[in-house]
Every structure is written in C-alpha cells, then in structure tokens.
Design a protein around this ligand. Structure first.
Ligand SMILES: [Zn+2]
Length: 133
C-alpha cells in the first residue's frame, strides 16, 4: 500500500497521516526485491494455503512470512518460509503470532504453519463445516 502523505499549507511540512505512523514497510525490510519476489510467489501459489488444507480454493491476498519479520524473521527467506493467505487467514495468523509471543512459543510458529494438527486452537477460530454436497 502506498504511504499517505499530507502537506500542511502553512509550513509545507510533510506529515504522515495517523494510520501511517507505524514503521513503513520499506523501513521494515520489505524492499523492491521483496515486491518482485512476493508477486512471483503469488503467481506460482495463487491460493490461500490454509483454505487449501480444507480443499477450498480461495485467492491468496498476501504472501506471509511463517516466521514473522517483526520478530527477526528474514524477509528474503526461502519459499518454505512463505505461504499465501486470504485476508481471513491473514487475520488468523496475526492472532496466532500474538499468541506465540504472549506464551513464549515463537520457536514453534513455523511448525504450526506446516503441521495443522500441532496448531493451538485460538478463541474465535473459524471452523468451516462440511460444504454443500
Ligand atoms: Zn484462507
């Protein structure tokens, strides 16, 4: 997402809007190389990996680092460290990361991504019932 800047008329000073106060993606290491890489990853892996586990084809909205970059994960990790997620599951993954941080289990998060049966159940988890037959 592009950064939003607003110039104040009096000083001409550039102010970031409130919602952009978080460190910019560039500052967090998401460089142009990552942009190309994530685009290529999504072309090769167009569907949400978690939805696929349930045989549901849902377009991936983001390429997610299984080990969070904000916790020291490598932006340029290999493909095994990435997965595509729909918006719903990106939100779920953020909650999984929060849980891992709070409980000191960040070292397990990649395993939770790779092995669904090892994942902790989070409050508010979405369980899809059987689809139409
Ligand atoms: Zn999904």
């Amino acid at each position: 997402m592009p950064e939003i800047f607003r110039a104040t008329p009096k000083t001409g000073r550039i102010l970031k809007s409130a919602r952009e106060k978080r460190t910019s993606p560039r500052a967090r290491g998401y460089d142009p190389k990552w942009d190309r890489r994530s685009a290529a990853y999504r072309r090769a892996n167009p569907f949400c990996a978690v939805c696929l586990e349930e045989d549901r084809l849902v377009a991936a909205a983001v390429v997610d680092h299984k080990f969070p970059v904000q916790d020291g994960g490598d932006v340029h990790c290999d493909d095994d460290g990435l997965w595509g997620l729909c918006l719903l599951h990106h939100g779920w993954k953020a909650r999984l990361e929060d849980f891992a941080r709070r409980t000191g289990q960040l070292d397990l998060i990649v395993r939770w991504c790779d092995e669904p049966e090892t994942r902790p159940q989070l409050r508010g988890d979405i369980h899809h019932g059987p689809g139409p037959t």
